[in-house]
Design a protein around this ligand. Structure first.
Ligand SMILES: *Cc1c(COP(=O)(O)O)cnc(C)c1O
Length: 371
């Protein structure tokens, strides 16, 4: 029955990609990649054609974040998941504290818990849909925060805990779309397939002098570090606009395009504003219709990039299936959360018109399913 629901053309968004990662890649960026295609793809990452793109990303991020001169932009292969292991070997001295409030924050904590060279991490957990509060502890040398927990749609403020220790922030879905004060973190790391609308496979870390000192200190301590996860090698290569091993060149290019796109339009404040406008529309709508409501009850904790919206009286999975058959993809709920909800990506790459069309399309399908 639901398979036959056809959303009228005039209600549909121009682009149907609303996933939480990978996210919509802008077609302008893709066309730009095609236009340099044969001079770029398939060429050496140790030569200017590619190193210049890495340089564009590094200087672009420096400008996007107004990074202090002594901060560095470091990158490596493997995405945020690989970076957790990089941190296990190269950033945590003895003991870390993890605020766990979803799948991703939990995964980093469990990587640490299994590392034989570290003490058991201090794990502070909260109910899904909320975030925990930091607990300072003199045994902790590294505080692990998550700016936006993509799996639950909860964001937390990035503020130093007021105790010694470096602050390491998983900003995978926040970077490029949420504001942050560079004085409040030591490492702000992320993959490129979320707000930066690029592809997977790389991690980037904005690092403070304290973080760089920590890496150096561990490097001389004699700890065994698997070469692929060696932070010092990543730092040295990044300074030369290179990576330790071969990166995905398309990922680099699409990232450079997105960073320049954000800067040209007004920088981080502009891209934060785009996501914020999208989020205001989605949450405002969810609060105004009887069949939907925001999962995150604290308004201040609602993610501006990944909205988790609960439904009543409508099967969210059925709703998502109908949307999918009409070309609106990846709004399915995060499965492990086990709620009757949709999760909607509201990235800076998505114009407000498309968000409004998505909302109109959902309303249309809900009433069609009801009749
Ligand atoms: C997507 C995501 C990750 C995982 O990124 P990968 O590039 O797949 O390793 C980690 N943390 C957060 C917060 C994410 O949103």
């Amino acid at each position: 029955m639901s398979g036959q629901i056809e959303i009228p053309q005039h209600l549909l968004p121009g682009d149907g990609r609303f996933g939480s990662g990978p996210t919509k890649v802008r077609s302008e960026a893709l066309e730009s990649l095609l236009s340099v295609g044969s001079r770029y793809l398939g060429t050496s990452h140790r030569r200017p054609a590619v190193k210049d793109v890495v340089g564009r990303i590094r200087s672009g991020l420096r400008s996007l974040y107004s990074l202090p001169d002594d901060y560095e932009v470091v990158l490596g292969v493997g995405g945020a998941t690989a970076f957790w292991d990089v941190a296990v070997f190269g950033l945590i001295e003895e003991r870390s504290e993890h605020l766990v409030f979803g799948e991703f924050s939990g995964k980093f904590a469990s990587s640490v818990a299994k590392a034989p060279h570290l003490l058991s991490p201090l794990i502070v957990e909260s109910q899904p849909g909320t975030h925990p509060q930091v607990v300072t502890d003199p045994s902790v040398d590294t505080y692990a925060f998550t700016h936006n927990e993509t799996t639950t749609g909860v964001m937390m403020p990035i503020v130093r805990p007021g105790a010694p220790g470096i602050v390491v922030v998983d900003a995978t879905s926040a970077a490029g779309a949420m504001p942050v004060d560079t004085g409040e973190f030591d490492v702000y790391y992320f993959s490129l397939q979320k707000a930066f609308g690029s592809e997977g496979g790389l991690w980037v870390a904005l690092m403070s002098p304290a973080a760089l000192r920590r890496v150096e200190m561990i490097a001389v301590s004699g700890r065994y570090v698997p070469p692929f996860l060696d932070m010092t090698a990543a730092i040295e290569n990044s300074r030369k606009d290179q990576t330790v091993n071969t990166p995905a060149l398309a990922t680099l290019f699409l990232m450079a395009e997105q960073v320049d796109w954000m800067i040209e339009r007004g920088g981080l404040a502009w891209s934060v504003g785009r996501a914020g406008e999208n989020a205001a529309a989605v949450y405002g709508w969810a609060e105004s219709v009887p069949y939907a409501s925001p999962f995150v009850s604290e308004q201040a904790e609602r993610s501006p990039v990944t909205a988790t919206i609960d439904f009543v009286g409508v099967e969210a999975l059925e709703l998502a299936a109908v949307l999918r058959s009409n070309g609106i993809v990846d709004v399915e709920p995060y499965r492990k959360l086990g709620r009757n909800q949709l999760r909607i990506g509201m990235w800076p790459s998505i114009p407000i018109d498309d968000i409004e069309a998505l909302i109109g399309s959902i309303d249309y399908v809900v009433s069609a399913l009801d009749s």
